[in-house]
Design a protein. Structure first.
Length: 72
């Protein structure tokens, strides 16, 4: 996960939590829901980046294994 991706997901989670708390304090259910949604979006971005990294690592490992097999 790149630094930019990590920052973006954490930013969404933090801003989302702030909106959620603001909504609870003010009794604004729409703001609270908006905050929850933004927090979830941040967590999803984090999960997607983790999956991208795992796929990239798997492809890299496969390529490396293929090179070893062809050299033997």
């Amino acid at each position: 996960m790149s630094v930019e991706e990590k920052f973006d997901s954490v930013k969404d989670q933090v801003v989302g939590k702030a909106k959620e708390v603001e909504g609870k304090v003010t009794g604004d259910k729409a703001r609270e829901a908006e905050g929850k949604a933004q927090g979830v979006r941040g967590k999803v971005k984090d999960a997607v980046a983790d999956v991208k990294d795992a796929v990239k690592n798997a492809v890299d490992d496969f390529k490396e294994d293929s090179k070893k097999d062809s050299n033997q």
